[in-house]
Design a protein around this ligand. Structure first.
Ligand code: ICS
Length: 496
């Protein structure tokens, strides 16, 4: 069923492009491709494929794109999970309302007292605020929040589109109020119109940490030799918790985890750590590069999806700290081996050979590939909403020859690709879920883990495997087929 040499995939791209007007076809052609195996071995000996397509440029007006905006990248992704701060959605009510609790970044704490992650704060702009400016209103809101929630450890002002257009001075308001209340108040210029996707929002949010948090206060913190920051694990469905256990077991001290279940204090003390471990390269590489330049902290990418990557990552991290940590790491890997073996023994026979197409944001379309492969599944197509060139280069370490690659895929293209490939599973977002299921194809949400998770770490792998089995081997899928086409394998697995 899958296309080893990519000839079918190349033909699918041609067919899709044929339906576009010439100009559009020419532009979209550069974003679609077929991965080609190269010679050079990549990191950790993996074969590198060539899967570079054009990326990180404006979507074409008139097509359905799945991307978000800069506000989403800052308020939703980077700042939102900093739980002890109040994040004000500054502008009209919709942005805050529709992004309210949409990302499953778990936290512990008492909501409304010392944590605010599932609450929504908005300045609810009206026409008069657009006409006369909203700075006064922002001042009043900051005072109100301070009165109602005195245990907040700070605030951020997440600017929505109109703020930048009308020229409000949120920086001046933030400075003034920070002084008055003796709190950190961070203005973030993440107006949705900036950039071409949520990606610029990540960058702006990283820069706000650099400019408004680092080196602003004396930090009383006793640093240790094994201190690490986990950067870019947002604790979706508890991912960061499942990861932290492993890092602590190998002997490291996680002094910051941002922004998953994060506090402002963790961000403030980050420059005192020994190593930055970066899970989501796309959204947080900026601040890691900055900390390297300014404070001399090394950074290292790692991947905690599926046992092969977990093992390779743990070993790579351990090498940085020397023989003692390396020995502990081998013991940890050995201790989890029976769990991994049991998961694979149970689920691999039920999942082996199934093909998968992915379409997610900026990291997962490559980071999860090996987790599927650990269960015997095959990724036949993958693509990103907002990846940059360096992400596509890294994708080459993961995908095999012939894999269909699609950047900022349009609704039309994705539907045609899925129809043409007919994979056994599609992993993407909520907007894609129901159309795909209506095509008779099993689906898992790869942003929210479909309300499950965690998927990181060894504990997460067991849940991931179970969820794939539930999705793919659900007997409901046989009801889509005419009786003469029934799928005996799935029947047998379901009956079992
Ligand atoms: Fe990074 Mo959805 Fe992360 Fe990635 Fe990022 Fe987003 Fe989510 Fe997706 C994200 S930070 S919200 S790993 S947790 S913006 S799933 S790039 S698109 S693939």
């Amino acid at each position: 069923q899958y296309d080893n040499d990519g000839a079918l995939h190349a033909k699918l791209i041609e067919d899709v492009l044929e339906r576009y007007p010439d100009k559009t076809a020419k532009r979209r052609k550069k974003h679609l491709g077929v991965a080609r195996s190269g010679e050079a071995p990549g990191e950790d000996g993996a074969v590198v494929s060539e899967c570079e397509v054009k990326s990180n440029i404006k979507s074409i007006p008139g097509v359905m794109t799945i991307r978000g905006c800069a506000y989403a990248g800052s308020k939703g992704v980077v700042w939102g999970p900093v739980k002890d701060m109040v994040h004000i959605s500054h502008g009209p009510v919709g942005c805050g309302h529709y992004s309210w609790s949409q990302r499953r970044n778990y936290y512990v704490g008492t909501t409304g007292i010392d944590t605010f992650g599932t609450m929504q704060f908005t300045s609810d702009f009206q026409e008069k605020d657009i006409v006369f400016g909203g700075d006064k209103k922002l001042e009043r809101i900051i005072d109100e929040i301070e009165g109602l929630f005195p245990l907040n450890n700070g605030m951020t002002v997440q600017s929505e589109c109109p703020i930048g257009l009308i020229g409000d001075d949120t920086e001046a308001v933030s400075r003034k109020k920070a002084k008055e209340h003796d709190k950190t108040i961070v203005p973030v210029r993440c107006e949705g119109f900036r950039g071409v996707s949520q990606s610029l929002g990540h960058h702006i949010a990283n820069d706000a940490i650099r400019d408004w948090v680092f080196d602003k206060k004396e930090i009383a913190f006793e640093a240790g030799a094994y201190d690490v920051n986990v950067i870019g694990d947002y604790n979706i469905g508890g991912d960061a918790w499942a990861s932290r256990i492993l890092l602590e077991e190998i002997g490291l001290r996680v002094v910051g985890n941002w922004s998953g279940d994060a506090t402002l204090a963790e961000i403030e003390r980050a420059p005192k750590a020994r190593l930055n471990l970066i899970h989501c390269y796309r959204s947080m590489n900026y601040i890691c590069r900055h900390m390297e330049e300014k404070y001399g902290i090394a950074w290292m990418e790692y991947n905690f999806f599926g046992p092969s990557q977990i093992e390779a990552s743990l070993r790579k991290i351990a090498r940085h700290f020397g023989p003692e940590i390396e020995a502990r790491t081998e013991a940890v890997i050995a201790r989890y081996r029976p769990l991994v073996d049991a998961v694979i023994a149970k689920y691999r026979p039920r999942l082996e050979g199934n093909t998968v197409m992915l379409y997610v944001g900026g990291l997962r379309p490559r980071h999860v590939v090996t987790a599927y492969e650990d269960l015997g599944m095959v990724i036949v197509g993958t693509g990103y909403e907002f990846a940059h060139n360096d992400d596509y280069q890294r994708t080459g370490h993961y995908v095999r020859n012939g894999t269909l690659i699609y950047d900022d895929v349009t609704g039309y293209e994705l539907e045609k690709f899925i129809e043409g490939v007919r994979p056994n599973l599609v992993g993407s977002g909520i907007k894609e879920k129901y159309p795909v299921q209506k095509m008779g194809i099993p689906f898992r949400q790869m942003h929210s883990w479909d309300y499950s998770g965690p998927y990181h770490g060894y504990d997460g792998f067991a849940i991931f495997a179970r969820d794939l089995d539930l999705a793919i081997n659900n007997p409901v899928w046989d009801l889509f087929d005419a009786p003469w086409r029934e799928r005996p394998r799935r029947r047998a697995i379901a009956a079992e």
